[in-house]
Each structure stands twice: as C-alpha cells, then as structure tokens.
Design a protein around this ligand. Structure first.
Ligand code: SF4
Length: 454
C-alpha cells in the first residue's frame, strides 16, 4: 500500500499524512471510562462519538459505552446547549450513571459552546455529577484529551478536608488495563495505600459473565476521586499524560506531586519502585527483586541478537520515551523516534537519552507523522519497527520485522491484558523483540544455515 512513498523528505508545516496520533476526545473518553459508573459524553455530532467509541473498542476488543449530544445543523447554528440539557436528562433517566463526563469536539469548540455555563443550567439529580473538559482536536492529541479529562475530574470533584487519608494518588498515564494492574500490583507489594485515577482495569478488560453490564465492576469510584484531595502525595506517571492531573491536584488541594517516567524497562521501573519505597519505607520484597534479576538475566541471554540492532519507534510520547530507554538498555540503537503529539519536552527527553547512551546519528521528532518516518526509513533502513497498528504498511512496504506496542493495536488480540510496564512488562517486550528478530533470521537464512539452536 505504501510502496510508492517518496524517498526525498520535504518540509511540510500544515499537513499530516498518516498521523501518529488521534483526536483529543478519544483520550478524554478513555479517561472517563476509568471512573466507575461514569458515562462519557461526546458534545458534538453522532459521527464524532461513533469514531471515538470505535477507536477504543477496536483496540480493547471491549465495548466503549458513551453518549452523544447528537448535533445536527440546528445545533451548529444556535449552539449545543439545549442538546446537552436534553441529553443529560435522558441519560440520567435511561442509563442511570453516577456521573457524566462531557468532552467537547471540534464542532462544539468552533461554535464556542460555554460548557461551564451550560452545565450550571442543568438540573442534576441529587447524588449525581456532571464534569466536563475541553478537547478541541485541532490542538494536541488523544494524550492531551486524556490528560485534560483527568485534570477535570480532579478540579470538579476532589476536596481537601484537612485530614489525611494516608493514601497516594497514582495517575497511571494513557496505558492499557494490563499496565494499570501491574502498577497496582507493584504499589501493593511496596505497601503503599493508593487511589489510581483513572483505572480502566475491570472496565476495558472486564471478564465475560454472560450478562451485559452497562457499568462493569472496575474504575475509580466518585468517592475516591473526591478523596484524592486528602492524599499525601501524587505519583504522576508520564509527563504528557499525567503531569496536568498532578498539577491540578496540587493547585486545588495542596497535594504535592512527583513526576515519573513510564516504568518501562529496568531504570524506570527501578525509579517507580524507589519512589514507592520513599513513601512507605518498606523493604523491596524478594518477589520484585527476583523479577528484576530475571529480566537482567534475560537481557544478557538475548544480547547477541539485540546488540546494535537499529529500531524505529513511534506512538504516544510517554510510552515511546519508555520504549526508547528500554531498547537502549538492550544494547539496541533507537535510530528513529517519533510521536504525533506536539511538545518540545519529548525531543529534549529523547535527545537526553541519546546523549546518555552515546548514540550518534539518531533522529527524534515530536508532532511528526508516519509518512515522514517512512521517508527516513527509505533513506536508511532499520532492523525493527515498534509501534501501533498504523505502521504495518511501512513494515510491509520495507519488509521490516514489526512488533506492536502502544496505541492503537487494532489488528491483534490480548495485548491490552499484557503489561509493558514493570519488570514483567520488560520480560514481555524482550520476548516480543527477540522473537521478531529471530523469526526474521530463520526466514532469511540459507538452507545450510537453518539451525534449531540459533
Ligand atoms: S471532527 Fe474533531 S472531534 Fe470529531 S472525530 Fe474528527 S477530529 Fe475528532
């Protein structure tokens, strides 16, 4: 499909071709699904809402429930206020959520709907809530939308009573339920009481019970979101997806936050464990030490296959930074590193990693697209491609081994249950990477070189 991509890169400022991101509401909707009994609501046309739901449903293979203000031509001219008022009434009556989390769309942002004022004019049933966030998609990405929605839950709901609840607020970033489960497992092992916001485990990876559940068991409860104001500190995982939530809680409720990188690979998982230890002062349990030792052992074993192999990595900024550091720990060369989300901090962070590991001639770009990445690869190839499904056309056109990691992965199954974070996540990544390289070696070897033991 991409066999005809031109090799010569040229300057493009206004146009993205095959973007490495999607629109803000997708992230806002995902964050909202991580609150128990929350119905995400897309303030715009049904088409937008269908797209947001489809994107999440295809990745998680679980239905993403959401409502829409169902804009038609009238709302575009006169504003969407009456649509949202009617929608809220219907939603509370028919679907009975505890909370509705509204995000805007390109259209409602362009016509200038004032969501604060509209929500104030809604008759909200007692004990129920409506929150909103602004998610214009001509700015940022789904990661910005996720981060905005997390901040909005906090600024609408969290309250400081002045009495500590002894907990840590854990903002996990835009990751799969499998990653959230792994982070929670480590926090429990480190004896840190916590509230995770959002928590899509149990919602987007809910078990088959034979019964339709509009609101599955998982998710952060509204009460827990309110009580975040009484936490002692926040661990915000990932600058792009979680820092805004940490800052909002600090500003509103005086809860200090510590920013951590996504705990992918050894260094960043160590940092996560150490941050938890500085809170609880608990000993690192042997189970965690054992997992770390196993990961180190694996990296030594696979070193002959991964050393000096060139990789191109693309996707969401926090995940890509984590993957870049991990491949460097594996002795690989992150030749091209790219995210579709804008933000200078991404390039600075990745350049810092290049410098730390003595990498020369590696390229990084924020707010890039997969077309440009493909052009770079055409000029100098790589041994492996890592990212979401949209890169598969590049992998096919250039005949490069490809592993799927990040978001969205729409052409494979089970991935969202399996963590990339923590030492366990490192083991899984190491397995995926090595096996992709070894499969390639098997495929390309001559008959006389084809060996059982490689
Ligand atoms: S119009 Fe905007 S909000 Fe709607 S799907 Fe497209 S980019 Fe997303």
């Amino acid at each position: 499909m991409l066999d005809y991509t031109k090799k010569e890169p040229y300057e493009r400022t206004a146009l993205r071709v095959n973007p490495a991101k999607t629109c803000q509401p997708v992230g806002a909707m995902y964050a909202a699904l991580g609150v128990h009994e929350c119905l995400p609501h897309s303030h715009g046309s049904q088409g937008c809402c269908a797209f947001h739901r489809m994107f999440l449903t295809r990745h998680f293979k679980d239905p993403a429930m959401a409502a829409s203000s169902s804009f038609t031509e009238g709302a575009s001219v006169f504003g969407g206020g009456s649509n949202l008022r009617t929608a809220a009434k219907n939603i509370f009556e028919i679907y009975n959520p505890k909370i509705i989390a509204v995000h805007t769309t390109c259209l409602s942002e362009t016509i200038g709907d004032d969501l604060n004022e509209i929500i104030k004019s809604i008759d909200i049933p007692e004990g129920k809530f409506i929150v909103h966030t602004n998610t214009p998609s001509y700015k940022g990405s789904h990661i910005t939308g996720f981060s905005n929605m997390v901040g909005s839950f906090i600024s609408y709901l969290s309250v400081k009573t002045g009495k500590s609840n002894g907990k840590t607020a854990l903002i996990p970033g835009f990751v799969n339920p499998g990653d959230m489960r792994e982070m929670k497992k480590i926090a429990r092992q480190m004896k840190v009481p916590f509230t995770m916001l959002p928590d899509t485990s149990g919602v987007m990876d809910s078990p088959m019970t034979g019964k339709f559940e509009m609101y599955p068991k998982g998710g952060t409860t509204v009460e827990e979101v309110i009580e975040l104001g009484d936490c002692d500190q926040t661990l915000a995982i990932g600058k792009f997806s979680s820092e805004w939530g940490g800052q909002t809680l600090q500003k509103k409720c005086d809860v200090p936050y510590k920013l951590l990188s996504m705990p992918i690979g050894i260094t960043q998982t160590d940092n996560f464990v150490m941050a938890l230890q500085s809170i609880s002062k608990a000993e690192v349990p042997y189970e965690l030490e054992e997992e770390r030792g196993q990961l180190v052992d694996i990296l030594i074993d696979i070193h002959p296959y991964t050393y000096n192999k060139k990789v191109a990595i693309y996707g969401d900024p926090d995940t890509v930074i984590g993957l870049t550091e991990f491949v460097l720990e594996m002795g690989m060369i992150p030749k091209y590193v790219l995210t579709g989300t804008p933000g200078e901090a991404f390039e600075n962070e990745v350049k810092g990693l290049f410098e730390k590991y003595g990498m020369k001639d590696c390229q990084v770009k924020a707010y890039g697209d997969l077309y440009e990445l493909h052009q770079w690869i055409k000029n100098e190839g790589v041994d492996l491609l890592i990212g979401g499904t949209h890169g598969k056309h590049i992998a096919r056109a250039e005949d490069i081994p490809f592993i799927r990691a990040g978001f969205p992965i729409i052409d494979r199954y089970v991935h969202s249950y399996m963590p990339l974070v923590g030492y366990k996540g490192g083991m899984r990544l190491a397995e995926l990477i090595t096996n992709a390289l070894m499969d390639r070696q098997d495929r390309d070897s001559l008959e006389e070189d084809f060996e059982m033991v490689m």
